[in-house]
Ligand binder design. Structure first.
Ligand SMILES: Cc1cc2nc3c(=O)[nH]c(=O)nc-3n(C[C@H](O)[C@H](O)[C@H](O)COP(=O)(O)OP(=O)(O)OC[C@H]3O[C@@H](n4cnc5c(N)ncnc54)[C@H](O)[C@@H]3O)c2cc1C
Length: 500
């Protein structure tokens, strides 16, 4: 929007890093009013902006902060004072009213506050921003891994990328590089010869339950802790999260102990939580910038605020900035701040307009509503077959997406269409989708089988740690469909597994 010629590169699909592995909460700021007042104010301001400019990715669910039995009885008063001081809209409501709004909520709660939390589809938000950038002349290269950042004297001069799909190396000559690679920011800065950028990866796990046990975001009114938030996202609700320092952001386990911890925490807010079906678990990694005020392993208490590193000041290299930390809720503000810093270095004055211009498909300002899919399918049910009953994805939606992205994997399409994200976890829709891709001769049988196997493998990673109750039966059925009836393990395969 400021008129620079820009290229965005990502080693994977967009939002396949932390942005696609997060909790789905558009923060009201409430969570930080006591522990991190600055982040609280930023979240509150950005919540209003994101709801406006990314309307189609945001559901205005609203949220509650509730004091559960055994929680610190002093905290709610500090919470209310904090909200007032940070400008986070907040209103105390009666326990009766909270239970009327959320009938499954623990009837033992003693206080309740309403806030403006929402839920936001990270993939849709990121693609909305990317499409807006493309309309303004940017180029977006997915599956392009940065392998080298070269300098000419004391200036950045180019970036070398490896195209993960074609195997080609691509060099991009440039005057400026913004390193926004999240938990990998230290690795990328290192490629430019800037050592010791300490981004501490803080892993958190989340679990999707098979339906919306709550209508709005429900938070515990305590200091930020593990498993203290349930977020309704599309047809499911998500409990999270933990926070454990890890060494490698590419190796994220989902320990069974943490799964049990999340289910127990869910039980505190919604009695009977464990009885509903856990359909998928995943882990994401917080890109927290090392803060000397707290111990290096204490990621829960590190600042959630953003950090911009000026490598000219720090390492004597012109034309490189690293931005890290922050929240998805404050992503736009992070972008504004880092581009302001770039403009300053370049001696350019170009004002930021991202807060005023809605991204494509959000121009009407109408926010997402969960009921839209049923409404849409009722309109076209006689002409357009449903391929995924859980997520109401139609044949046309899938075929159109395949046609416009012939090299996409089923996982890439999942992020756009929610293929395989419902309670059957791909048991019925994956084989139909693969058949459709073949049927329309978009791909050959060998690639089709490779894609199918990769998709099932990825779904399984998030399934096995939470297998219990009815989901075990569902999974056994899926296993019989794929290994018993279709014999996927002996279908024609590519020489090496499809990886992306
Ligand atoms: C468990 C958890 C729950 C969270 N919940 C919320 C929430 O509910 N609400 C909220 O607002 N925030 C939440 N956050 C915080 C938020 O998700 C993150 O701050 C945000 O998504 C980080 O975005 P990012 O762009 O900095 O990093 P990422 O989304 O990880 O993006 C970095 C990108 O860099 C790419 N990359 C890495 N190396 C290379 C390379 N060599 N070449 C090219 N590309 C490369 C990666 O592929 C990746 O796509 C949560 C975080 C965690 C961990």
């Amino acid at each position: 929007m400021r008129g620079y010629k820009a290229v965005l590169v990502d080693r994977a699909d967009l939002a396949q890093g932390t942005t696609g592995r997060y909790h789905g909460l558009l923060h009201s700021g409430g969570r930080y009013v006591v522990s991190d007042p600055r982040s609280a104010t930023e979240c509150a301001e950005e919540n209003a902006i994101i709801t406006r400019i990314h309307a189609d990715a945001v559901e205005r669910t609203g949220g509650l902060f509730v004091s559960a039995p055994g929680d610190d009885p002093e905290f709610p008063d500090r919470f209310a004072a904090g909200a007032l001081g940070t400008g986070v809209p907040c209103n105390e409501i009666s326990v009766g009213e909270a239970l009327r709004r959320e009938p499954r909520l623990n009837p033992g709660i003693s206080r309740a506050f309403e806030v403006q939390d929402g839920s936001v589809d990270g993939w849709q938000m990121v693609w909305g921003a990317a499409n807006s950038a493309i309309q303004h002349g940017a180029t977006v290269l997915t599956y392009h891994r940065v392998t080298e950042i070269t300098r000419d004297g004391d200036r950045v001069s180019s970036v070398l990328c490896h195209d993960e799909k074609t195997g080609e190396d691509v060099r991009i000559h440039c005057h400026f590089v913004i390193n926004a690679s999240g938990a990998w920011a230290g690795q990328v800065a290192h490629m430019a010869g800037c050592p010791d950028v300490q981004v501490v990866p803080g892993r958190g796990i989340m679990i999707a339950m098979n339906h919306r046990l709550v209508n709005s975001v429900v938070n515990r009114c305590i200091h930020p802790a593990d498993g203290d938030i349930i977020v309704p996202v599309h047809t499911v609700c998500i409990i999270g999260t933990t926070d454990v320092k890890v060494e490698d952001p590419d190796k994220l386990a989902i320990p069974r102990g943490e799964v049990q911890q999340m289910l127990d925490a869910g039980e505190v807010l919604v009695p009977g939580f464990r009885q509903s079906r856990a359909v998928h678990a995943w882990a994401g990694v917080r890109p927290l910038v090392k803060d000397t005020r707290v111990s290096a392993s204490d990621t829960r208490h590190m600042s959630r605020g953003m950090s911009i590193l000026d490598h000219e000041e720090r390492d004597g290299l012109k034309g490189l900035l690293t931005i890290s930390g922050g929240k998805l809720t404050t992503y736009r503000l992070m972008a504004e701040n880092v581009v302001n810093a770039m403009c300053e270095q370049l001696g350019d004055k170009r004002p930021c307009t991202t807060a005023n211009e809605a991204v494509p498909k959000s121009e009407s300002g109408t926010t997402y509503v969960i009921t839209h899919r049923l409404h849409d399918r009722e309109g076209d049910r006689l002409d357009d077959q449903i391929i995924c009953e859980c997520e109401l994805m139609s044949k046309k939606m899938f075929v159109d997406a395949m046609e416009s992205q012939p090299t996409a994997s089923l996982d890439d399409l999942r992020r756009q269409l929610r293929l395989g994200m419902g309670p059957c976890q791909g048991g019925f829709c994956t084989l139909r989708a693969t058949g459709l891709a073949l049927d329309h001769e978009r791909i050959d049988i060998v690639r089709a089988t490779g894609l199918l196997r990769l998709f099932l493998k990825n779904r399984w990673i998030g399934l096995w740690p939470i297998l219990h109750g009815d989901q075990v039966r569902q999974t056994a059925l899926d296993d019989w469909i794929f290994r018993g009836t279709l014999d996927v393990e002996h279908l024609p395969q590519p020489e090496s597994e499809v990886l992306v």
